[in-house]
Ligand binder design. Sequence first.
Ligand code: ATR
Length: 277
Amino acid sequence: MRNAAVTGHPIGHSKSPLIHGYWLKQHGIEGSYIAQDVPPETAESFYSALAEHGFVGCNVTIPNKEHAYNSAEKLDDAAKMIGAVNTLWLDDAGVLNGSNTDGLGFLGNLDQMLPNWDNNGNKAVVLGAGGASRAIIWALLSRGYTEVYISNRTLEKAQNLADHFGPNTIAIKWDRLGEKFGEADFLVNTTSLGMTGQPELNIDLDNLSKSAVVTDIVYSPLQTKLLRDAEQRGNATVDGLGMLLHQAVPGFEKWFGVRPEVTDELREMILREMGLT
Ligand code: ATR
């Protein structure tokens, strides 16, 4: 039997066991996927001895993504550029591989919900400069966006990301955001603003082109103020839940050998479990 887990600290609220449990059952696979509490102090020794702990791989969440990055013996390009690992697996030779699938999850959600969302897209505005922002900048660059504007309350962090990702990324001041809206094809919120229990994201969308696609990584609530406002003025929008579901796909495939699908039924089940329906 092949066993996997989501690891982090605390880990009780993770939705990953529900997602992977659904796929294991759907495919009739005799495997397991559990939530395993791994405190950051012991994280690197835990990941370096995954097989001894009975796992073929695992997901990694807060606060261990950088520890997982340090523990992996082999990193893919996404993990290297994002600087954090959320998916680990042991390959046939027993080598510990690390990837970051948040960027692919972000793209998978948009591809599913709004096919051709990136057609002719070349200018994007990214709000926020934290961990999630890194994955999304990587994803947009991988799709050929040539001007990715990064705006953050703390400008220095946006500038650090622009330096890291190179000439196609440009840091802009939070209060000058609107200046880029007229030419932007795409707008994404990667900050925690708008999440239940956090302040609202209050930005003025007046200058935003009506053809720009708007998305949010916040999925609780599903319909954030940003998405509501954008929809009301006629922009196409995509909510953030699918990113959570799609980021799980590559790990499941590595551990259990089947590429699972993000179905409406899975989405409905997670919405029910989160009390969002
Ligand atoms: P994550 O890994 O989810 O991206 P993070 O690394 O803590 O989380 O980043 C949180 C992001 O939300 C940052 O861009 C942060 O801005 P700062 O870098 O200026 O802290 C942004 N954020 C959080 N609270 C905010 C607020 N009240 N106003 C504006 N931005 C906020």
